[in-house]
Design a protein around this ligand. Structure first.
Ligand SMILES: Cc1ncc(COP(=O)(O)O)c(C=O)c1O
Length: 533
């Protein structure tokens, strides 16, 4: 499936007037009159058709199809030429003699990329183009990652006290979304890859059974692909959810490139999901924090989606972030198939190279997203944290490493030379750390079997106390504790703290893993629900 187009794209929100992207508007005068005219000349090659050399700031000429990018390019050219005397935020006023170059690319969406009164229209036009590309009815650009997108979607689907069917391999952001929205999870567990112990997809039958047992559930939330790139039958899940009359919502944080090449699985919206969140900054060449929230509006109300989105989004979105999402969308629309073809080739070559290393495994097969490389170390005896340390020293930080697994992220921005350098260095460091083969021990994030006592929201707000970790076993957790990455909660508010979970967290900590969100990251103490007075 390539470049999915069509669908009833359009903005349903805020009574937007149709985007007026050309010409100066009344009241736009003076130095801050930032025209949204695509053809406006800022001294660089602008829209397509001008016989000028390519703008080094926009080497692929994306601005002609990317209104926010175009506006950012124009604003930054004005700022650099000293034309602006802004009497508005941000407080650095485009000067680099105070905090320095760290603010160099910054520009506010409101009052930078366009006037405070008009930037909404520019943003809506960019979001409309993204909705069309993904075949959605509704799209918003977030500057707060899939974290914010997950929470917005949790706030959009139901009312406090309603149940939702949710994978227990969820990212911690969605669990906090359930706290915010007061939704009560009905947990479903993924299948397990027998060789590695890593999570596979949630089976459709599991979700059907949960829906049948909980007819009041208002939505199904799945993560697909999973953190380790395993994918499931999203079309089957969509059918199951729709037969129950509820929306399927997919956290596709790692999958903004899916659906743009026949060798890749379709993206969640194309597979029939009602909503998806994806991090433009993960799989696409976009600024850190940039994310898209996309939805079909049959089972979801666009006004409610907007309210939910705005509830926890900043009122001051960073211009470079939204402009880079717009640019990444324009890039995917035009060059996505070609770039994804290269990505598929690169990862296939890396898999082939790594498969030659004795004892080394790579997660593979029909249920694995083909551009995700998950390296399995147990057969080599090498410890993932030692391998990671060498890779960091070589200037090649990876996304995740634990004892048995290394997860590098390879994207559209990588080329043959970079991937060959990485695989060569990885193989050499594995050889340096080679030891006796061992059986895999899956991260505690993948083995949680929750014993729920209280809904997450109730537990989050309940009186709590801090106790020695050993004394916390058998008590109800007040806090969310997650080894990060992958950020899947091992302890969640309202769930029993088991001896196994505590032991696994201690092992992860002792091996150098980061134990995130715990009040005591050293795990000497834990916070538990206080007994009733
Ligand atoms: C599955 C999943 N969902 C959501 C997120 C949050 O994404 P972001 O960092 O864009 O907020 C992550 C982050 O790693 C993730 O792995």
């Amino acid at each position: 499936m390539t470049q999915l187009r069509g669908g009833a794209a359009g903005s349903h929100r805020r009574g937007h007037r149709p985007p007026a992207l050309r010409g100066q508007r009344p009241g736009q005068t003076g130095r801050m009159a930032l025209s949204t005219d695509h053809r406006a000349d800022d001294g660089q090659a602008g829209a397509a058709g001008l016989a000028a050399p390519p703008d080094p700031r926009d080497p692929r000429g994306l601005r002609a199809d990317a209104p926010l990018l175009d506006a950012w390019l124009r604003f930054s050219a004005q700022a650099q030429s000293g034309e602006l005397t802004p009497m508005s935020v941000p407080g650095h006023k485009q000067r680099q003699d105070l905090t320095g170059a760290v603010v160099a690319a910054d520009a506010p969406l409101y009052g930078g990329l366009d006037t405070i009164k008009h930037a909404d229209v520019l943003l809506a036009e960019a979001e409309r183009r993204a909705a069309r590309l993904w075949g959605a009815d509704w799209c918003r650009f977030s500057v707060a990652g899939s974290t914010h997108g997950n929470q917005a979607l949790a706030l959009a689907v139901g009312s406090p006290g309603q149940q939702v069917i949710v994978t227990r391999c969820l990212h911690r952001s969605l669990l906090l979304g359930l706290v915010l929205a007061g939704l009560e999870p009905v947990w479903v567990l993924p299948e397990r890859d027998p060789g590695s112990g890593l999570p596979a997809a949630v089976a459709v039958g599991t979700v059907r059974a949960a829906l049948a047992a909980h007819p009041g559930a208002c939505a199904v939330f799945l993560g697909d692909p999973s953190y380790v790139g395993t994918t499931g039958d999203l079309a089957g899940h969509a059918r199951a959810a729709h037969e129950a009359g509820v929306p399927l919502v997919v956290d596709a944080a790692w999958a903004a490139h899916l659906g743009f090449h026949p060798g890749l699985p379709p993206h969640a919206i194309a597979a029939g999901a009602d909503a998806m969140v994806t991090s433009a900054h993960k799989a696409l060449p976009a600024f850190t924090q940039g994310a898209l929230v996309l939805a079909r509006t049959g089972l979801l109300d666009p006004a409610r989606l907007d309210r939910a989105f705005e509830a926890t989004h900043t009122t001051s979105p960073a211009g470079p972030i939204v402009a880079s999402i717009d640019a990444a969308r324009a890039l995917l629309a035009r060059d996505g198939a070609e770039l994804c073809a290269r990505l598929l080739r690169l990862v296939a070559a890396a898999r082939q190279r790594l498969a030659q290393v004795p004892g080394l495994g790579v997660l593979d097969g029909p249920g694995v997203e083909p551009t995700k490389l998950v390296v399995l170390l147990p057969g080599t005896g090498a410890h993932g944290n030692a391998v990671e340390a060498d890779l960091i020293a070589a200037g090649m930080p990876v996304e995740m490493a634990d004892r048995d697994t290394i997860v590098p992220i390879i994207t559209l921005a990588d080329d043959e030379a970079a991937v060959a350098r990485f695989t060569g260095t990885l193989v050499a460091t594995i050889e340096r750390h080679r030891g006796a083969p061992r059986p895999p021990v899956p991260s505690p994030a993948w083995t949680v079997t929750p014993q729920v006592v209280l809904p997450p929201r109730e537990a989050f707000f309940a009186p709590n106390e801090t106790v020695a970790a050993d004394a916390a076993v058998g008590r109800v957790s007040a806090e969310l504790v997650a080894p990060y990455p992958p950020g899947v909660p091992v302890l969640a508010p309202g769930e029993i703290i088991t001896a196994e979970a505590l032991a696994a967290l201690r092992t992860a900590h002792a091996e150098g893993g980061r134990i995130a969100y715990a009040a005591d990251p050293g795990l000497a103490t834990l916070q538990v629900i206080a007994p009733a007075p």
